[in-house]
Design a protein around this ligand. Structure first.
Ligand code: HEC
Ligand SMILES: [Ca+2]
Length: 284
């Protein structure tokens, strides 16, 4: 579903760019008078004007460099309070602190590791970077819906796999599994044992008796809606198939602040377990 939407967006860009001689394009090379308008210091605007048109050529899907997917629906959860891979002591976006945010360092070309972004393209205009800095300085709020389908957004508590996605094959090692909800979850529930991660034992089968429980820590990266990072406690995930299980069934069900259990199995009614399976492949 997300892929189809991205394709539609790309088609729009391609058609608009057919102006050819650059007339009708603004100083950022984008069509003038687009409904998204000029860049504002809010997340939806930055998504529409920067991440989607400039970054998703590389930073999308399972092959996204360093697991950083910047497509709509995934970007917020993988940026805000998410540690950088290149500089693990820094967060990609640290709310209220643009100088310490690795995203800004990568855009400004001041990062200690790797190249300036966008890779192999002209730097973003200084005004564009200033607007992104402003959004971070203002607290890096999310004014979009993090995943979640539009249909029944606030009637059901839904979880969405952000990275990896369901049944995806991703390059390892995988440092964390990121899941987002459509409403704020009750973080106090994370103390209980309702989140479990299992490795298949190398056979891709979760019922053959050789499965292994992977001890994990679950942390809330951001609220409203909640982004959960589920991190293996001992070592990043290496080659195997994995199953993440989040209970939506009593006695311990993940729930929102109104104690409504998640619709984990997506059947349109509250309750049911959320199950995410994915495979890690080690290249090299
Ligand atoms: C042509 C492909 C390409 C494009 C386009 C691109 N990137 Fe990257 N990006 C990479 C690669 C490859 C790396 C890892 C190597 C490096 O940092 O030089 C990376 C690394 C990063 C990192 C570091 C992530 C971490 O966890 O340490 C950030 C942040 C980033 N890119 C942001 C962006 C943003 C924002 C844009 C759009 C403005 C963008 N990139 C456009 C290829 C690209
Ligand atoms: Ca097995």
């Amino acid at each position: 579903m997300r892929k189809a939407k991205l394709l539609a967006l790309c088609t729009t860009c391609a058609l608009a760019a057919c102006a050819g001689d650059g007339s009708g394009l603004d100083e950022n090379g984008r069509p003038e008078g687009e409904s998204s308008g000029t860049l504002q210091p809010d997340f939806q605007s930055i998504q529409d004007n920067v991440f989607t048109p400039v970054c998703t050529g590389c930073h999308a899907g399972a092959a996204a460099p360093l697991g950083l997917r910047l497509e709509e629906g995934a970007s917020y959860a993988l940026l805000v309070n998410a540690p950088s891979v290149e500089a693990p002591s820094l967060q990609r976006v640290q709310p209220s602190n643009p100088d310490a945010s690795y995203l800004i360092q990568k855009l400004a070309g001041t990062a200690a590791v790797g190249a300036r972004m966008p890779l192999n393209q002209p730097a973003l205009p200084a005004e564009t970077i200033a607007v992104i800095r402003q959004w971070i300085a203002d607290g890096a709020a999310n004014n979009t819906a993090v995943g979640g389908s539009a249909k029944v957004r606030f009637e059901l508590v839904e979880l969405t796999a952000v990275s990896p996605e369901s049944d995806e094959v991703v390059p390892g090692p995988v440092r964390d599994v990121v899941v987002a909800s459509n409403v704020e979850l009750d973080a106090s529930l994370l103390q209980s044992s309702l989140i479990a991660l299992r490795a298949s034992g190398g056979d891709g089968n979760f019922d053959s008796g050789n499965e292994r429980v992977v001890p994990v820590d679950a942390t809330v990266r951001s609220d409203q809606p909640t982004v959960l990072a589920i991190t293996p406690r001992l070592a990043p995930l290496s080659a195997d198939s994995y199953e993440l299980h989040i209970s939506g069934t009593d006695p311990v069900a993940m729930a929102d602040l109104q104690a409504r259990p998640i619709d984990g199995d997506g059947d349109g009614a509250p309750g049911g377990d959320f199950v995410l399976r994915f495979t890690v492949e080690m290249t090299q």
